[in-house]
Write a protein that binds this ligand. Structure first.
Ligand code: ATP
Length: 352
């Protein structure tokens, strides 16, 4: 029998499992509203000790109110687990990347890029750096919001300003590299304290990987983890492979990385300039005929131009042109089908 959380949310299917806990689909038993539950185990003898999900709940409260951040409906302890009740989202960008067989079209990547940059800028404007920018941590909305990108997973997020003094955190070296190393900035490999510049460089790496399928340092062979991280750092620094990757990407990506890497630790990135780079690509490609602003753009700069219909093209390898929304619908249908097959097989995928 599926579990009921907080006496209100009936779990239905497992959506994912990560380092901090499980994510399950559920619905509110009175209203029928679909939600996603993220639960992490709290220590039995010390239920008040911090667990990652509880920490995330605090970050969600700092980021509350932006439509590109999933709303948190309830959070609290339930049978020894700390549970976050979040707005239900669709496929994450890694899943869409796989569905498109490793290569999302240029136009799609640029349009996703604008929204992703806006979400990261919003987190920064609330004093938070994310430190784990990766495709899995951006997901599309569902239904009416299936063309909007959401930012999620704040387990490694951190305040970069002291809330009482407003001072920036101090620069330090010798830090343990945190985050997902394929996408992390060059500085992270060097053990430097992360700041806003590192989130933006990681975002650049994510966009390149969505564009090209793989990043050159994902294919390296090294005898151990240390050697692999060292080699990755060398490649990110100034390797021919990285230069080649930029050479076969829109020229604006080179300016993007130059800007991120020229920033001093405490320096505020020029988000407007980075957004302008995406607009430049759109203009050059003639994607700006009918324009409007990103309706979810909570940032200060309203200069982003996106096509009116705002439909993201996705070209399957077969050559069909379809919209990202169709892909998401297909993804959701597949997920539902898989979970019903599992249930018929007698093994419930629901925790407990
Ligand atoms: N609100 C949501 N709605 C739908 N799916 C979600 C939601 N939140 C998370 N997921 C799915 O679950 C996956 C894992 O979620 P999340 O990244 O929050 O967990 P995590 O434990 O921090 O993972 P990791 O250890 O990989 O960082 C996401 O990539 C996403 O596909």
């Amino acid at each position: 029998m599926p579990l009921c959380v907080h006496g209100m949310y009936q779990m239905t299917e497992l959506l994912g499992a990560g380092s901090s806990g499980h994510i399950t689909s559920a619905f509110h038993i009175l209203t029928g509203t679909e939600v996603a539950l993220k639960s992490g185990t709290a220590l039995e003898d010390a239920p008040d000790m911090p667990c990652i999900v509880r920490y995330e709940a605090m970050v969600y409260s700092l980021l509350r109110g932006h439509p590109g951040i999933p709303s948190c409906k309830w959070s609290g302890l339930d049978r020894g687990s700390y549970v976050l009740t979040l707005e239900h989202l669709g496929a994450n960008l890694e899943q869409l990347h796989r569905l498109s067989r490793g290569k999302l079209p240029w136009k799609t990547v640029v349009m996703l890029g604008v929204q992703m940059l806006n979400r990261v800028e919003f987190a920064h404007s609330r004093g938070i750096i994310l430190r784990d920018i990766k495709p899995e941590n951006f997901a599309m909305g569902i239904g009416e919001k299936s063309h909007f990108v959401y930012l999620l997973d704040f387990g490694l997020a951190k305040l970069y300003v002291n809330p009482s003094t407003g001072a920036h955190i101090p620069y330090r070296e010798g830090r343990i590299p945190l985050g997902t190393m394929s996408y992390s900035s060059y500085n992270v490999h060097l053990g430097r304290e992360q700041g806003r510049r590192d989130d933006l460089e990681a975002l650049g790496n994510v966009l390149l990987s969505l564009l090209h399928g793989r990043l050159p340092w994902e294919d390296i062979y090294a005898p151990n983890k240390e050697a692999s991280l060292r080699r990755m750092a060398e490649m990110k620094a100034e390797s021919a492979a990285f230069r080649d990757l930029l050479a076969c990407s829109p020229a604006e990506f080179t300016t993007y990385f130059d800007h991120c890497r020229s920033l001093k630790f405490e320096e505020k990135p020029n988000y407007g300039l980075l957004r302008q780079l995406f607009s430049q690509i759109m203009e050059r490609e003639g994607w700006t005929g009918n324009t409007r602003f990103d309706p979810l753009d909570g940032s200060s700069d309203k200069g982003t131009l996106v096509p009116k219909e705002y439909k993201l093209d996705v070209r399957f390898t077969g050559g069909d042109l379809t919209t990202l929304q169709v892909m998401i619908a297909r993804f959701l249908w597949l997920r539902k089908k898989l979970s019903s097959v599992k249930e018929k097989g007698g093994s419930s995928c629901i925790g407990g």
